[in-house]
Design a protein around this ligand. Structure first.
Ligand code: ADP
Ligand code: MG
Length: 617
């Protein structure tokens, strides 16, 4: 039988390699930025169109390439960065595989312009699907420009697989952040569709972090500096009270390369032991310098994972250094380093008086407090408001739409008639409200025809607020509370982009924006019932939620917005409610379209039938 094995043609091999190297536009951004850094540039421009689907261009002022090098750079395994296997163990460059340009040229239209300072004229090369379409001399500045157009033009399946522009752009800015944070000494500019998203001058590390994440970041940074024989740590951690619900501000760099390391992340968390609220993550921007011989970067094709020779020591040093910094800045009890023999001395705050973090979103207004000045708010969140009829009319036909979720409702004695009229009409004895009481400041207990009803007060209130906000957004009418002094809030360019995207929906809930600038917004009106002090927390939480959700195709901004506002503003567990407040809660809940589920699809109440209770005896 004839032999059947044959070598793959180059363009096919390149396309296969591209599958590994280039997952999405952001992968191209990473490779091109890294090449520009390896070329010793100190000014790098990144130009993006349509989230990278149309154009990704990186222009640097680095060392450039000769004509031959320019041509060779598109060959697979063509690299100037290593010469033999030993070099792999002392890598100082970002690239070394010699695969990126070959892979990118296999799946896109690439135009390279490059010139070395010693040359009079530069070289231009146009590639299309691994083929050289054009090569010439060209007048071009010193340095290199690589423009990647029509990514995945020859792999429609991959192109169709790309997410919305919002998502792809977020991946691009994530890569950009990582590179920009690792190299504060290099100036970076990022343009998207002609607009400038970032303009970062050559600066120090602290300034770079603040430039990327916004002016408000400055006050929360605590410096960490430690130098031992095996490891040097430089950078910043966030004060515990500024910890976030997302991990979006967690950065490790090893020898100026962004890496992910669950193990080292654990070391940081260990340093914060006892200082963080459940579900919150510390911010950190840490640059670790280790001997290149003691690490192996080669274990992951996109090189964000790394293997250390002596992980345990790094863990201990890192944890101690951070604890020490937090202690020095009076954030945690100070550690006495003199007496500490080894770095991993067990140390716990459990039995000591650690200063409690003061992140507290638990300040939601109480819509049921009649005597407060927020009476307007109460009127609108309760079904006693004048708008009750409008609200209900939104939900006509709801019984027929119920899909099993609403089934248990049928059992409630007060469901059918009481929803449409006030339950508190004392003159009507038929509608007399069933007694309620509060259990552990968390549950509202009441009786129903079939037995007992237990309502989770936080989830129930979330449902009530959620439907209320959603209604305002959908019918595009809301009442706003004018602020005496407009508030000015700082945000990052990314956050501003999200706010702009949500602006009209936010306005329908009652927000009034007077200015939206590149890194700040001015707000002169807020939804009724939202205390001024909550505004910043509210918007931050909202942005976090949206970032977390990774909005895809079926992303509804209105829905997310309503959910997020409801979550932040709903009364929390632990808050005591008086009788009237409890009753309002019960009534408002059952006036909802879908009372039995919280906006995040958790049950808002449970019922116990008398039968079930009897069985217990
Ligand atoms: P690697 O970076 O792994 O070496 P690449 O395919 O990314 O592989 O690049 C191939 C070679 O092309 C590099 O080794 C470098 O010599 C050259 N090169 C790529 N981009 C640039 C640039 N912006 N400036 C100068 N040289 C570059
Ligand atoms: Mg490279």
């Amino acid at each position: 039988m004839a032999d059947i094995i044959q070598l793959l043609p180059d363009h096919v091999a390149n396309q296969i390699a591209a599958g590994e190297v280039v997952q999405r536009p952001a992968s191209v951004v990473k490779e091109l930025l890294e090449n520009a850094i390896d070329a010793d540039s100190n000014e790098i421009k990144l130009i993006i169109k349509d989230a990278g689907k149309t154009l990704i261009q990186v222009i640097d002022n680095g060392k450039g390439m000769s004509v031959t090098d320019a041509r060779l750079s598109f060959e697979r395994h063509a690299t100037s960065k290593i010469k033999n296997a030993e070099d792999l163990f002392q890598l100082c460059t970002k690239g070394f595989r010699g695969e990126a340009l070959a892979s990118i040229a296999a799946i896109a239209h690439v135009e390279l312009k490059t010139k070395r300072a010693v040359d009079e004229l530069g070289t231009v090369i146009k590639m299309e699907g691994s083929k050289v379409e054009h090569q010439d001399v060209v007048v071009t500045p010193n340095g290199t420009s690589v423009a990647v157009k029509n990514l995945f033009f020859n792999i429609p399946a991959r192109r169709n697989f790309l997410k919305s522009d919002t998502v792809e752009l977020r991946h691009i800015t994530d890569e950009f952040h990582r590179v920009a944070l690792a190299h504060p000494d290099i100036a970076f500019v990022l343009y998207h569709n002609g607009g400038e998203l970032f303009n970062l001058p050559n600066e120090n590390y602290r300034q770079r972090i603040v430039h990327v994440f916004g002016a408000k970041t400055n006050e929360k940074l605590v410096p960490v500096n430690e130098e031992t024989e095996v490891l040097k740590i430089e950078g910043f951690v966030g004060k515990p009270e500024f910890s976030k619900k997302t991990r979006s501000e967690q950065f490790f760099f090893v020898n100026n390369r962004f890496i992910k390391s669950p193990y080292l992340n654990h070391a940081v968390n260990a340093a914060y032991e006892g200082l963080l609220k459940e579900g919150y993550h510390p911010s950190y921007f840490l640059n670790l310098t280790v001997d290149t011989k003691t690490i192996d970067i080669n274990i992951h094709p996109t090189k964000t994972e790394i293997k250390f020779d002596d992980e345990h020591t790094l863990y201990a040093i890192l944890r101690s250094a951070i604890k020490h910094s937090l202690g020095q800045f009076n954030i945690a009890p100070v550690l006495d380093f003199e007496h500490q023999e080894q770095f991993n001395t067990p140390y716990s705050y459990k039995n000591k008086e650690a200063s409690a973090p003061s992140i507290d979103v638990d300040r939601g207004y109480n819509p049921f407090k009649e005597e407060t000045s927020q009476k307007g708010a109460i009127q609108r969140t309760s079904i006693r408001s004048n708008k009750t009829n409008n609200w209900e009319s939104l939900y006509v036909g709801l019984e027929s739409k119920s899909n099993g979720h609403n089934e248990p409702l049928k059992e409630f004695s007060f469901e059918s008639d009481q929803v449409s009229t006030s339950l508190f009409d004392d003159t009507d004895s038929d509608n007399f409200q069933k007694p309620t009481f509060q259990l552990h400041n968390k549950y509202i207990v009441s009786t129903i025809k079939s037995g007992m009803l237990v309502i989770d007060q936080n989830r129930a209130h979330q449902r009530i607020l959620y439907e209320n906000f959603l209604k305002h957004i959908t019918i595009k009418e809301a009442t706003s509370q004018q602020l005496l002094f407009p508030i000015n809030l700082d945000f990052t360019p990314n956050e501003i982009a999200i706010i702009k995207q949500l602006k009209s929906d936010l306005e329908h809930t009652g927000f009034v924006f007077t200015h939206i600038e590149s890194v700040s917004v001015t707000i002169s009106g807020v939804p009724i019932g939202v205390p001024e002090s909550e505004v910043s927390i509210l918007l931050e939480q909202l942005i976090n939620d949206i970032e977390n959700e990774v909005p895809d195709t079926n992303f509804s901004a209105a829905d997310l917005l309503a959910k997020s506002l409801a979550k932040t503003l709903a009364i929390k567990n632990g808050q005591s409610l008086n009788r009237t407040e409890q009753e309002h809660m019960v009534n408002s809940l059952f006036a909802c379209k879908e009372p039995n589920l919280s906006p995040t699809n958790r049950p808002t109440f449970i019922t116990w039938s008398v039968d079930e209770i009897e069985k217990k005896f």
